[in-house]
Unconditional design. Sequence first.
Length: 77
Amino acid sequence: MNARLYQELEHLSAAEKRALGEALIVCADSEASASLVTEAQRAELRSRLAHHRAHPEEPGVGFSQLKAKLLGDSRRA
């Protein structure tokens, strides 16, 4: 933790420290419960899974192929 920030926190009253701690916990809980995938991404994943289940004979893309493609695309950007 930043030394200056720590020094500033030391000067807070017990009530201020408690309120800050509670606010940090609420913030952390909110971030932890936030979805890492947007609803649009979730819908796309559902669509792709449904397509795969309907057409299991279609070849997929392996991780190494996907990684190479993504790394290749990012180098051109």
